[in-house]
Each structure stands twice: as structure tokens, then as C-alpha cells.
Design a protein around this ligand. Structure first.
Ligand SMILES: NC(=O)c1ccc[n+]([C@@H]2O[C@H](COP(=O)([O-])OP(=O)(O)OC[C@H]3O[C@@H](n4cnc5c(N)ncnc54)[C@H](O)[C@@H]3O)[C@@H](O)[C@H]2O)c1
Length: 334
């Protein structure tokens, strides 16, 4: 199959492009390099442009009339920045996606797999969330994801457009050959901070928030290996029509996670197990906007995608550490 991957120069997009190739498919990358590094594109078919460029999308379809589906990952993704720059987030994530979907539909390329987020869910007492649980997006970034989901539901009900919306939980690690991974110079997420501490780039690790209503008081996430996440996209495009036929719908939402909640303290324990080194840990109050978290109920991904994660939390951590050692070779910085 030939698959258009918007945001294919990014962390998850470049890993997904690789997983598509590993399964015998051809990815076509559309990315403006707003944030994604050129090095992650490698030698793939590449259009360095903006997703809102309708003429370009027409050209891509003219040049690749055998395009089977689009995986739409291009987005601005930094939560605090979305609070400071809501216009840029709504314009780039929502308005430009709207142009992309309409153009694809008009060009007879209606299959869209969309990168949504597990951060849309309202907190539940059990922390486990199914696709039908209530949503409560708490930032402009998360609201852009929610709006695009609504756009896809409405457009696919009214037109030939069809959509599989994957709500990702927390991807970690690199691809098996360590060719792409986290490229932020100072990753702000928990595992990124732990990796920096283990490499001596931080004095230690600070747990922010120890009074949450979880089993040990710290925030909970559902970490999955990015290679597993990439493989979920391969399944989604390969089974696209069957998935929608089996739900008898024009669009569907599917959680993509390991289906296991891991608290910050549990993550630290796993991290120390993988490195074999104790890590200096301090505790501090929660930062504004810190969410307690959630983990995915994964029944639907098993049933519809015939997919489940194969890699463990420890393998994800080991992969993230290995990428941190390797990434200066790919990116030119530590
Ligand atoms: N990383 C996560 O934890 C996570 C969790 C849930 C959902 N997601 C979603 O997954 C997708 C990929 O995330 P990622 O972590 O790989 O992010 P990323 O920032 O590495 O990748 C996004 C890519 O999109 C490109 N881009 C942004 N705006 C563009 C535009 N207007 N036109 C063309 N290209 C554009 C950027 O250059 C970048 O390469 C995003 O949609 C994100 O919201 C990510």
C-alpha cells in the first residue's frame, strides 16, 4: 500500500514510516519541518510543505494516484505553548486539518487515520478509560484534538470521508534500529527527565505531585513502546475498510495503549531496574495543570485492529536510554 504520512518527519511519524516499510508498504512524507528534523525523513518520498496547502495535496495525489490512505499526524503538540499561542494551535491543528480532509475527500482519497490523544479523557475513579467514557480536554492543544475528532465524525457522516481515530497514550523509546526518537533538546515528560538525570544532565529527579488519589499518590500514565504504536498504524491502514464495516460506521475511535497504569514511583522503580543504578529522587507539589492520568482499556484495539502491545515497559525504557546515547549521531546534539 502507499500511505501519505503527514508529520512523517516527527517522532511518531518517522517511526510509523519505518514500520510501514517493514510491512512492505510505501510511506509518502508530508511535513513542513516546523519541528521535525530533516534527518528523520531519511531517503523517503518527501514533500516539505504545509498540510493546509491544497494545491500541494492535489499534486501529491496526481503524482501518486495509487495512494491508499492518509495517516494524519502533523500537529503542534506542546501543551504549555498551546496556552500561550491558542491562535497558532487552532489554525494549524484544526483549520488546516479541515482543508486537508476536504481536499482528500474531493480527490477521492477518503481514508484517514488520525492521531488523537488519551489526554482527552476525564479522570475516572478506576483510572481505566474506554472509548465511550466522558472527555474533558484541559488545554487548547487537547481541545484541538477533540475538535478534529468531531470534524471527522461529522464529515464522514456527510461525505465519502472515512476515519479511524487513534487515541494514543504515552509513547516511549525508539525504533529497533535507533534511527529516530525524542528530539526535544530538553524533554519535559517524566521519562525524558529520568533519562537526563541518569546521564548526569540533571542532579536528580523531582516527583511533582504525591497526593493524587492513586495507589501511591503519584500520577499515572499508560506507557507504550513507540514501535508498538507504529505497528498499530500499520494494522489500521491494512484493515481500514474491515474495521469500519465491523462497527457498521463511517468513523471509529480506538484507544492505543498497553492497558496498564504505571505511577511515577513505579516508573522510577522500573527505570532503576533497567539502569541498575539508584536515582536521587526528591518530591515537590504538583505543577499547575498536572493531570492525575489514566490508562487505556484496550479491548477495542484487540478486537478491531487485532493488535496489542508486544514490548514491555522495561524494553521501552531501555530503548529510550539507548536512543539518548545514540541521538547525537543522528541529530548533531546530545
Ligand atoms: N508524543 C505523544 O506523546 C503523543 C500523544 C498523543 C498524541 N500525539 C499526536 O501524535 C502526532 C505525532 O506526535 P509526535 O510526538 O510525533 O510529534 P512531533 O512534533 O514529533 O511531530 C509532528 C510533526 O508535524 C510537523 N508539522 C506540524 N505542523 C505542520 C503543518 N502545518 N504542516 C506540515 N507539517 C507539520 C512537524 O514538523 C513534526 O515533524 C501529533 O498529532 C500528536 O498530537 C502524540
Amino acid at each position: 500500500m502507499k500511505i501519505l504520512v503527514t508529520g512523517g518527519a516527527g517522532y511518531i511519524g518517522s517511526t510509523t514510516a519505518k514500520a510501514l516499510e517493514a510491512a512492505g508498504h510505501v510511506p509518502i512524507i508530508l511535513d513542513s519541518l516546523l519541528t521535525g528534523p530533516q534527518a528523520f525523513v531519511r531517503d523517503r518520498i518527501f514533500y516539505e510543505r504545509d498540510i493546509g496547502d491544497r494545491e500541494l495535496v492535489r499534486r501529491i495525489v496526481d503524482e501518486h494516484p495509487d495512494l491508499d490512505a492518509t495517516i494524519h499526524m502533523a500537529a503542534r503538540i506542546v501543551v504549555p505553548e498551546s496556552v500561550e499561542k491558542p491562535y497558532e494551535y487552532y489554525r494549524d491543528n484544526v483549520a488546516k486539518s479541515l482543508e486537508l480532509f476536504d481536499q482528500l475527500e474531493q480527490l477521492g482519497k477518503p481514508r484517514v487515520v488520525f492521531s488523537s490523544s488519551g489526554s482527552l479523557y476525564a479522570i475516572t475513579d478506576s483510572f481505566e478509560v474506554t472509548e465511550d467514557d466522558p472527555l474533558a480536554p484541559t488545554s487548547p492543544y487537547a481541545r484541538t484534538k477533540r475538535m478534529i475528532e468531531q470534524v471527522l465524525v461529522d464529515m464522514s457522516a456527510a461525505t465519502t470521508l472515512r476515519a479511524i481515530m487513534l487515541r494514543y497514550f504515552n509513547p516511549i523509546g525508539s525504533d529497533p534500529d535507533l534511527e529516530s526518537g525524542i528530539y526535544a533538546k530538553e524533554p519535559s515528560h517524566v521519562l525524558g527527565q529520568l533519562v537526563m538525570a541518569a546521564r548526569g544532565q540533571r542532579d536528580g529527579f523531582t516527583i511533582t505531585g504525591t497526593d493524587h488519589p492513586t495507589r501511591d499518590g503519584t500520577g499515572m500514565r499508560d506507557y507504550l513502546h513507540v514501535w508498538d504504536l507504529a505497528r498499530a498504524h500499520v494494522r489500521a491502514v491494512e484493515r481500514f475498510d474491515d474495521v469500519l464495516a465491523s462497527v457498521d460506521g463511517t468513523s471509529v475511535v480506538i484507544n492505543v495503549g498497553r492497558g496498564e497504569g504505571v505511577t511515577v514511583r513505579e516508573l522510577i522503580t522500573a527505570f532503576e531496574r533497567v539502569t541498575g543504578q539508584p536515582l536521587p529522587v526528591t518530591e515537590a507539589p504538583p505543577r499547575p495543570g498536572d493531570a492525575v492520568g489514566a490508562y487505556a482499556n484496550v479491548d477495542r484495539s484487540r478486537e478491531l485492529l487485532d493488535w496489542q502491545t508486544e514490548l514491555s515497559l522495561d524494553e521501552g525504557i531501555a530503548s529510550a536510554l539507548a536512543w539518548a546515547d545514540k541521538r547525537h549521531e543522528v541529530l548533531g546534539y546530545e
